[in-house]
Design a protein around this ligand. Structure first.
Ligand SMILES: [Zn+2]
Length: 454
């Protein structure tokens, strides 16, 4: 066996479940610990045994707080992992918010399945609970950006700003003299709220994401498009439902809608932000000002222009009031959360518009709607889709193909090896051929469970 190996325990050949296990003779380090999401076959992987004993892992390093990068942590702890979970302060705050919410949704879904008796498991069980999350939180340890931290003799790590969401970084892991760089999810050069991503000086082995590896972001005028969709729906007296990721996307949509309302580009209409998680993320924005572009005043004014729901009862009151309104609610890929309750009520009403404002993984309800599904299944029941389905593509928090290439090409050396991860097959392959033709660097697209010697 070589001195260093890496095993791909997720986000290989797919977007979700990010987990890379770096192993030396006596240390095991896990980079990210994400949940598999999307089609049933993928979600089943969250329940299957891992090929490594959780009790033997020495630490987990987090690139950022999205569920597909940290959502498996409570399960890992439940399986016996008892060491440190390391990330930047905003990353850990966001991970806490996201994991509490994830546990709650899983408990609620299991309860509902048991009440309605439609689950195959008897009784239906949550993957983890809020109590599991509480235990996990005691293992969090925050680190500063741009500082090397020692993990073990001849193993150290550094976290570098990549602007994808609040707190997001790539990770440089120096192991026995080799530098492994994990891109995490890369942000954009021209983001409304985040600063551009920074590239580490060098990498011997590069693990680069490829979510948008096969395309360029459309040059769509985002404000114009959003204004058009809002005004069209309001003219019909309908409800505009925007399923949104709670982190960054929700705040960005709030920011754009608030500006349009102030400038009288859209009518005075009830605007609802129905995501307790989204509200908590706003607090993280206020706690960590150097990580984003918004001023404290912008944050406050923007919040004041929205009704934020406190509990499910309040959501139900908004749902039953059928007057025209704009609703931003999670989850972003319609895999669960409050937005499902709105869809159950409004998806079969032709006055409704559903505006998809982010990446939709295969197998999710969001992807089904974009593909023109005539009905979708929610909590065991089918609903006819009569609402208009619209999409804004330019809002992504991910770098596109050019953005990824620009980020990589700032490395001062040619890496020995490049692994393309975190993308569906066609995206990863398109990025591979682009890198090979422009930078002349050889790339490899690993498969799930693959072990490589470095
Ligand atoms: Zn992400």
């Amino acid at each position: 066996m070589k001195d260093i190996t890496v095993q791909f325990l997720g986000a290989a050949g797919t977007v979700t479940g990010s987990k890379y296990l770096v192993e030396t003779a006596d240390k095991k380090i896990l980079i990210d610990c994400g949940l598999f999401q999307g089609v049933k076959k993928l979600r089943q992987l969250n329940w299957d045994p891992m090929p490594v004993d959780a009790r033997e892992i020495d630490c987990v390093l987090l690139t950022h707080g999205h569920l597909d990068h940290c959502g498996y942590l409570p399960r890992l702890v439940d399986l016996g992992f008892s060491k440190r979970i390391i990330g930047t302060a905003p990353t850990l705050e966001i991970a806490e918010i996201i994991l509490r919410d994830s546990a709650k949704i899983q408990e609620e879904d299991a309860d509902r399945a048991n009440r309605n008796g439609f689950s195959k498991h008897h009784p239906a069980k949550a993957l983890y609970t809020v109590d599991d999350v509480e235990t996990m939180l005691t293992q969090f340890k925050s680190v500063d950006e741009d500082q090397w931290i020692d993990l073990a003799p001849r193993i150290k790590a550094r976290f570098t700003y990549v602007g994808h969401i609040l707190g997001a970084t790539c990770i440089e892991l120096e192991v026995l003299g080799k530098i492994l760089v994990f891109s995490g999810d890369l942000g954009r050069q021209d983001d409304f709220m985040m600063f551009p991503p920074k590239t580490p000086p060098r990498a011997d082995f590069l693990f680069v994401e490829s979510t948008y590896g096969d395309r360029l972001h459309p040059k769509e005028n985002i404000k114009e498009r959003l204004r058009e969709v809002v005004n069209q729906t309001m003219k019909q007296g309908g409800t505009l439902i925007i399923p949104s990721f709670a982190v960054e996307r929700t705040q960005l949509l709030m920011y754009l809608l608030w500006q349009m309302k102030m400038n009288k580009e859209i009518p005075e209409v009830l605007m609802i932000m129905d995501s307790p998680m989204g509200a908590n993320v706003l607090k993280v924005f206020q706690n960590h000002k150097k990580w984003h572009r918004l001023s404290a005043k912008d944050c406050n004014d923007m919040c004041a222009s929205f009704k934020m729901t406190k509990d499910y009862k309040e959501s139900m009151a908004f749902i039953e009031d059928e007057s025209a309104k704009i609703v931003i609610a999670g989850s972003g890929m319609l895999t669960g959360g409050r937005v499902i309750a709105y869809l159950q009520h409004y998806i079969s009403d032709p006055k409704t518009t559903v505006l998809i404002a982010g990446f939709q993984a295969e197998g999710t309800r969001g992807r089904q709607l974009l593909k023109g599904a005539s009905e979708i299944k929610m909590y065991g029941k089918y609903y006819e889709v009569k609402a208009r389905i619209e999409e804004i593509r330019g809002l992504s928090g991910h770098a596109d193909q050019q953005g990824i290439l620009d980020w990589m090409s700032k490395l001062k050396n040619k890496p020995d090896h490049i692994f393309i991860v975190h993308g569906e097959a066609h995206s990863a392959d398109a990025l591979r051929s682009k890198i090979e033709s422009t930078l002349k660097w050889d790339c490899h697209i690993p498969e799930l469970w693959e072990i490589d010697e470095l």
